[in-house]
Design a protein around this ligand. Structure first.
Ligand code: F6R
Length: 242
């Protein structure tokens, strides 16, 4: 894994946004995999700023979000789709038909997972998959367990993960869904390039286990060690246990 340590979360946001803008200039049809969560917000804000400054163009780009809660319609402000609209998509020229999300209200959840995998394949696969890491080592909603799912799947959320999402639900843990849909580990590892971003001391332990520990489903992010081109962009606090 290529580890890059930058001074602050803002420095990560600026450098990564410029990196993506350059990639889009070279390949306007770039396919991006995107996470939600607090970590990527400064990066999404920076992409929106670059767009307003005329320095990035999403008109031919495609995106696939990593995960979504089960039971929330896309119109629900707490859905990950609404999150992406709020922090990035409302502010850039990405055509909505090319912004892909899992449908947490799908009547047939298994079919929905297959549909998503096919849509990724039809788009030619993911060129750059951006990721965040949970304090328990999860990526997407691939939770620590005895075994991981390879492909997009339906999953039950750990309490730690539900607590980490409670802010989206006004701090009410009881309102956080127990189930979600997520890309699987193979879907993530098939991206041509993977960039994990992690900031803050609360991520230092899971970052150290991801980078230096054994590859184990107990730390799903450790599977990124198997990727041919995985980068880990950290601020100093997140890198403090390496
Ligand atoms: C969400 C996702 C999760 C988050 C992780 C960290 O789409 O992929 O793996 O990246 O839970 O969340 P934050 O950034 O809020 O600490």
């Amino acid at each position: 894994m290529r580890v890059r340590v930058l001074a602050t979360p803002d420095a990560i946001a600026r450098m990564l946004a410029r990196d993506i803008a350059r990639r889009l200039a070279r390949n306007p049809r770039l396919v991006l995999g995107l996470p939600t969560g607090l970590t990527p917000i400064p990066f999404y804000r920076e992409l929106a700023r670059l767009y307003r400054a005329g320095r990035v163009d999403f008109s031919q780009a495609t995106t696939f979000n990593l995960d979504e809660f089960v039971g929330l319609p896309s119109s629900d402000p707490r859905s990950y789709r609404a999150f992406m609209q709020r922090y990035m998509f409302d502010d850039v020229n990405l055509p909505s038909r090319r912004a892909h999300f899992l449908d947490g209200m799908a009547a047939d959840i298994d079919r929905e997972c297959v549909r998503y995998e096919r849509a990724i394949a039809r788009a030619g696969g993911i060129d750059v998959q951006i990721l965040g890491i949970g304090a328990n080592g999860h990526i997407g909603f691939n939770e620590p367990s005895d075994a991981l799912q390879a492909r997009t799947h339906h999953t039950h959320l750990r309490d730690a993960t539900r607590r980490a999402n409670a802010a989206l639900f006004g701090g009410r843990l009881a309102d956080v869904p127990h189930q979600a849909l997520s890309m699987g580990m193979a879907t993530i590892l098939h991206a041509k390039r993977v960039v994990m971003i992690a900031t803050g001391a609360s991520k230092a332990r899971s970052v150290a286990r991801m980078v230096q520990g054994p590859v184990t489903p107990r730390v799903p992010a450790s599977f990124l060690q198997l990727h041919r081109y995985a980068e880990v962009w950290l601020d100093r606090a997140a890198a403090s246990r390496l």
